[in-house]
Design a protein around this ligand. Structure first.
Ligand code: ACO
Length: 427
């Protein structure tokens, strides 16, 4: 029998269907609530609001489970490569050999970025933050691809998807090259997706770029771990911008801006800055734990806590292990890793963090690996964006194909009621 929820408002009862997900998640379908009762729901930060039904990513924050299209993140990080995961997220199934080959070729065919984009890039000062530049460049791409994608046409959708997958890493690499005032390169089409990203970032003029397998593998894994995370802040942004039928590139550009904030993707940069501060201060982690607990102090332990995970973030577990391996293989000794481990141990034993179920999140250790790879701190969130791109695309595609209505929440107005206009002399 189908489940029903009853809501009583001022003595009157209303019944609403209860939707059950494939993992038995329950949701009260309140689409008819306002029509029937005149009331709306109030949920700032959408802590209890399901904005959509989605078949892409499942996560259980209490149990620490994360799966893309049903496959566990642990298995994907170990056995798949980033491009396979892109395909899986966007199209729903792991690709066959020939599907993957075609996908790769189609991306490579679209990888040249219009020369005029360099003029846009060079308009930014070298001091500009790479995330701001990336968001602007992605938005600027719409100038060369102005039409909204025809979602009735599989072909149109596919072309837009491979275009953004091809050009986005080029733009990401260019944000770093601009910062360092270096020559801009396009993709090397003879090497893999991750290899070419690294080469575009670090290639020295007139010199051969030598790939480091440890770095390539670690970056591939990091991108997979960041590839989707259901309805987080940036993904919801992409879906809501796309819901007005704005183009894919414009929607992704908005997602980049949302990701930039230190409470979201920007946390990976903030973690390293915090660890550096602790180191410079003499390495006393207890002082910073106390600061984080002090409600008068705005300081938060960056890389700790998560809106959904009230248990270990499964991605953090994989990254912590990878950080040890990568630093070992590269022969990097980073005192910051020891501070991070000490901080994690102290926080996990502290009543404040235990009670609030605050665990290390994906960003707590990712910055340490990026640093070991030689990626500058300001580029960390850009790397996150490259990883999150397939998730944004998959969610945007799902939203458009399901013909979801324009995203437009309501509000409870708490301002002045009607009042008479005052002439300027009388104010
Ligand atoms: N340090 C200290 N206290 C914290 C922290 C933290 N990092 N995170 C949460 N808390 C406390 C809050 O002060 C609050 O305490 P209270 O109940 O006494 O008022 C309680 O824990 C609940 O916190 P909320 O802010 O209500 O939780 P919310 O779900 O809104 O926020 C968030 C989640 C934004 C991730 C938060 O934990 C945070 O700011 N963490 C640090 C930033 C960070 O690492 N962000 C990356 C998240 S992962 C990602 O986006 C990829």
């Amino acid at each position: 029998m189908s489940k029903v929820a009853t809501i009583e408002i001022e003595g009157k009862k209303y019944e609403f269907p209860v939707v059950v997900g494939t993992e038995n998640e329950l949701a009260i379908d309140i689409k008819q609530l306002r029509g029937q009762s005149g009331a709306i729901t109030l949920d700032p930060g959408y802590k209890n609001t399901g904005a959509c039904e989605s078949a892409i990513t499942f996560l259980d924050g209490e149990k620490g489970i994360l799966r893309y299209r049903g496959y566990s993140i642990e298995e994907l990080a170990e056995k798949a490569d980033f491009l396979e995961v892109c395909y899986l997220l966007i199209f729903g199934e792991l690709p066959s050999k020939s599907q993957l080959q075609k996908f790769n070729t189609d991306i490579l065919d679209q990888s040249i970025v219009n020369e005029d984009m360099k003029t846009v890039l060079n308009g930014f000062p070298e001091s500009a933050h790479p995330m701001g530049v990336l968001s602007s460049l992605t938005s600027a791409l719409t100038a060369f691809n102005p039409k909204s994608v025809n979602v009735e046409s599989e072909e149109d959708m596919y072309r837009a998807i491979v275009k953004i997958l091809a050009k986005f890493p080029v733009l990401a690499a260019w944000t770093l090259r601009r910062k360092n005032n270096q020559t801009l390169y396009n993709k090397d089409t003879n090497i893999g997706y991750v290899e070419s990203l690294l080469k575009m970032m670090f290639q020295k003029e007139g010199k051969n770029y030598k790939q480091n397998k440890t770095v390539v593998n670690a970056l591939d894994k990091l991108l997979i771990l960041h590839a989707d995370h259901e309805q987080n802040c940036s993904t919801s942004t992409v879906r809501i911008v796309g819901s007005s039928h704005a183009g894919l590139f414009a929607s992704i550009s908005a997602g980049v801006s949302a990701l930039w904030g230190p409470l979201h993707g920007g946390a990976n940069q903030a973690v390293i800055e915090m660890l550096e501060e602790i180191k410079a201060d003499g390495g006393d982690t207890s002082k910073f734990i106390a600061k984080a607990k002090d409600k008068e102090d705005p300081f938060r332990l960056m890389g700790f806590g998560h809106r959904v995970y009230k248990n270990f973030d499964p991605r953090a577990k994989i990254i912590k292990k990878a950080a040890d391996e990568v630093l070992g293989q590269l022969g990097v000794e980073d005192p910051i890793l020891e501070i991070a481990k000490g901080l994690e141990k102290a926080a996990l034993e502290d009543q404040y963090f235990v009670e609030r179920k605050l665990y290390p999140n994906v960003d707590f250790y990712s910055g340490i690996i990026y640093r070991a790879m030689g990626i500058p701190t300001e580029m960390f969130t850009v790397m996150f964006a490259v990883g999150r791109l397939p998730g944004w695309i998959a969610q945007w595609r799902e939203m458009r194909m399901r013909k979801e209505p324009i995203g437009r929440p309501r509000q409870v107005y708490i301002g002045e009621t009607h009042r008479k206009f005052k002439d300027i002399e009388n104010r």
